[in-house]
Ligand binder design. Structure first.
Ligand SMILES: [Zn+2]
Ligand SMILES: [Zn+2]
Length: 205
């Protein structure tokens, strides 16, 4: 067995999980996220924006109105050669989407949102943003008590590691809510293994 338990990433961390207002602007060098390297600037750390889909805009390109943790609403527009990848992510109203290395973009009509030319920076989760944050909090607590009945937890979800007292409680929680947030939990654990403090272009979140 591995010795050191893997910690979930802290999704409350505003440096690595900034809200829209704190994102770097596309045409500016934001020294929170960039550093001088060689003859120019390179990203210094990794960051990831978390949003909930508010509206799917019917258009030839995939476009969504979204809101962040502050309730700020803005447009996310994909400009891709092939929209298959976005279609396969099943992005729907009420689901959470993560966008790594997002920048604020000013569209031609003056509104500020996010323009994406690469779908690989995006992930979609089967739960709303509040539930996404809640599973992050539950995993961070690493409670030794079962979230269903508060008895001592001996088992854990083999996918995301959330702990339970018994198979019965695990099954009950799966049916009532864990089924929707387990995927988010797995991502939060996977991000926990990731080095957010050193940026290099080879690694994707
Ligand atoms: Zn229990
Ligand atoms: Zn799970």
């Amino acid at each position: 067995m591995s010795s050191k338990p893997i910690r979930p990433v802290n999704v409350e961390d505003k440096l690595h999980f900034p809200t829209f207002r704190r994102l770097p602007e596309e045409n500016d060098i934001d020294l929170t996220y960039y550093e001088e390297r060689g003859f120019g600037y390179s990203p210094a750390v990794h960051w990831c924006l978390l949003v909930e889909i508010v509206e799917v805009i019917p258009w030839i390109r995939p476009m969504f109105n979204v809101k962040d943790l502050e309730g700020h609403k803005f447009l996310v527009a994909f400009h891709l050669d092939n929209n298959e990848e976005v279609a396969s992510m099943n992005i729907r109203v009420g689901r959470t989407m993560s966008i790594s290395h997002a920048h604020q973009h000013q569209f031609a009509d003056g509104q500020v949102g996010i323009r994406l030319e690469d779908a690989s920076s995006v992930k979609s989760f089967n739960c709303d943003l509040a539930s996404f944050m809640k599973i992050g909090e539950d995993l961070k607590k690493q409670s030794s008590l079962c979230p269903v009945c508060n008895k001592s937890a001996e088992l854990h979800c083999s996918s995301c590691t959330l702990r339970y007292c018994s198979k019965e409680c695990q099954v009950a929680d799966w049916k009532s809510k864990h089924k929707k947030v387990c995927g988010a939990g797995q991502q939060i654990m996977a991000w926990g293994k990731f080095n957010w403090k050193r940026f290099d272009f080879d690694r994707v979140l």
